[in-house]
Design a protein. Structure first.
Ligand code: URA
Length: 225
């Protein structure tokens, strides 16, 4: 049975069957196999950081949130995907990318041979802005230290910034998404490679950008390799 077909079709990838001879799909491997890190200590620190975020009242979003959405994934991964802020479903469940955008993110991952278990997923903001409005500068200033500490602990080998907002915050840049896409960047002082792509919510509105997104993900995979 073609398990991956529906996800690849979701990404507009209909020409090759997953695992076929197309060169871009060859040699996919589990990134877990290659990692040797002090995951135990960092896992404890990450749990402590998540508890701190749960209690956070640094900005007004704590008044309207249902749950803090800290992030999800294990430390034995190479990939970190970063979005903007939780939406309604994420706010209810306390998990990132579990709504419609999350379903498309899953297809994006499968299109490059990954599953949710192979990646860590986080957002710039840990609490939902009411009515999904754009994050405010003060909210970003108060919340982004959580993301920076999260990155220090997850120690990804590649970061994928999804959407203009995550890209500009992570790269401390005012450049547009169009200017930032298509070339690898480095994050902060650790110089972790970072690739910018479209946000899945944007792809739901503009499906023609899915092929560009796939190219971005292939770029990220080649940077990682
Ligand atoms: N959009 C985001 O940026 N993050 C989520 O977790 C869900 C939707």
């Amino acid at each position: 049975m073609d398990r991956y077909g529906p996800y690849l079709r979701e990404m507009g990838l209909v020409r090759w069957r997953f695992g076929s001879q197309h060169p871009d799909m060859a040699g996919l491997r589990s990134d877990r196999e290659t990692l040797f890190r002090d995951e135990g200590a960092n896992a404890g620190r990450l749990t402590a950081l998540a508890r701190e975020a749960d209690r956070c009242e640094r900005c007004e979003l704590h008044r309207t949130r249902t749950k803090v959405v800290f992030g999800s994934g294990s430390l034995a991964v190479s990939w970190l995907f970063v979005g903007e802020a939780p939406g309604a479903e994420e706010d209810k469940q306390g998990l990132p990318f579990v709504g419609r955008a999350g379903a498309l993110l899953r297809s994006m991952l499968i299109s490059i041979g990954l599953s949710r278990e192979d990646v860590y997923i986080a957002n710039v903001l840990k609490c939902r802005p009411p009515s999904n409005r754009d994050p405010l500068g003060q909210e970003v200033r108060e919340c982004s230290p959580f993301l920076h500490r999260q990155i220090d602990l997850v120690q990804p080998e590649i970061i994928v910034a999804m959407g203009r907002f995550a890209a500009q915050v992570l790269l401390d840049s005012n450049e547009s998404l169009g200017q930032l896409r298509g070339r690898p960047h480095n994050f902060g002082e650790t110089l972790i490679p970072l690739v910018v792509t479209y946000h899945p919510a944007y792809l739901l509105r503009s499906p023609t950008a899915k092929s560009n997104t796939w190219e971005d993900l292939l770029l990220a995979r080649s940077v990682l390799a």
